[in-house]
Design a protein around this ligand. Structure first.
Ligand code: ADP
Length: 295
């Protein structure tokens, strides 16, 4: 069983030829609402990859709240740990211009209320084997979940995104840290991923650095790092590649695969997702991942 303690957002995406300047109004070509947020994305990725997943967090008592809940449930995620609170649901307001460049405003809303454990969360965490954390909720919430999980012998996996300085107490409660290469560099000041991983190993026992199309790197204390190549595919949309990777990695690790084997399976899952448009909508189901790794 896997628990995700983190964010759920509605992404509000407007497509425009040219992004508006301050004070300017422009006419867009399309608008979409897409369920997102790193927590919810990792939950969907893990559930589709075959995991039994519980999402813990908060949505608002607005129109987006039930939509976010339904979207998770449609992928098989248990949403009984998703509170409904008085704040607005978290949103990401995204403007995509004709070049595909974007500018984004995130309003945490309900996610900002997840500052600690709520009623029932401790039991939810205790009933799982692995906890997925990200940094789109307040750090005290991340820390409380990590510590509670630790106390129950649950493996704590942290994606340190969006990049920000991490309090030592959070790293001390983390078993596996999964930064992308930019986050690894931001955390350590080292641009070489292997060097960054080596430095991170002084505070956490296991590190996976994802390297986009260049693959991923697994490092643990007392062993040489292992590089796992990415699959050679034509990328259509790499949104949430990292969340797909982590969700699948959690499932594979929970099934007792070795970490290098789990990274290879997660690479296959994320390679499938980058070939399709969208974030959680592009995430592959277990049968597809297995089929793509059978060859
Ligand atoms: P993030 O989305 O967090 O920035 P990455 O870009 O490092 O994460 O991607 C995570 C994983 O997804 C990579 O380790 C790789 O396995 C896979 N991936 C990402 N981009 C591609 C790509 N263009 N082709 C194949 N696999 C990819």
């Amino acid at each position: 069983r896997i628990a995700v303690f983190g964010s759920a957002n509605m992404d509000l995406v407007a497509y425009v030829p040219t992004a508006p300047r301050l004070g300017e109004t422009v006419t867009g070509s399309a608008f979409r609402t897409v369920p997102g947020g790193k927590g919810a994305n990792q939950a969907v990725a893990a559930a589709r990859a075959g995991g039994a997943v519980t999402m813990i967090g908060a949505v608002g008592a607005d129109a987006f709240g039930p939509q976010l809940r339904t979207s998770l449930a449609e992928s098989g995620v248990d949403t009984s740990g998703l509170r409904t609170c008085d704040e607005a649901s978290g949103i990401a307001h995204i403007v995509v211009d004709g070049q595909g460049s974007n500018s984004i405003i995130v309003v945490p809303g309900a996610n900002g209320t997840v500052t600690g454990l709520s009623a029932g969360d401790e039991q939810r965490l205790a009933a799982t084997d692995l906890l997925l954390l990200q940094l789109e909720i307040p750090l005290p919430g991340v820390l409380a979940a990590a510590r509670a999980a630790r106390a129950h012998g649950v493996r704590v996996v942290l994606t340190p995104a969006p990049a920000q300085p991490l309090p030592a107490e959070i790293l001390a409660a983390t078993d596996l840290l999964v930064p992308n290469e930019h986050e690894a560099a931001a955390l350590t000041g080292r641009s070489d991923p292997a060097e960054a991983a080596a430095e991170l190993l002084t505070t956490v026992p296991e590190v996976v650095v994802t390297l986009g199309a260049a693959g991923s790197l697994y490092a643990t204390r007392g062993a040489e790092p292992v590089y796992v190549p990415a699959r050679k595919v034509t990328a259509e949309d790499t949104t949430a590649a990292g969340d797909t990777f982590v969700g699948a990695l959690a499932v594979a690790a929970g099934e007792g695969r070795t970490m290098p084997a789990a990274l290879a399976w997660a690479s296959a899952a994320s390679a499938l997702s980058v070939q399709r448009r969208g974030a959680s909508a592009a995430m592959p189901h277990r049968e597809e991942i297995d089929a793509s790794t059978a060859t």
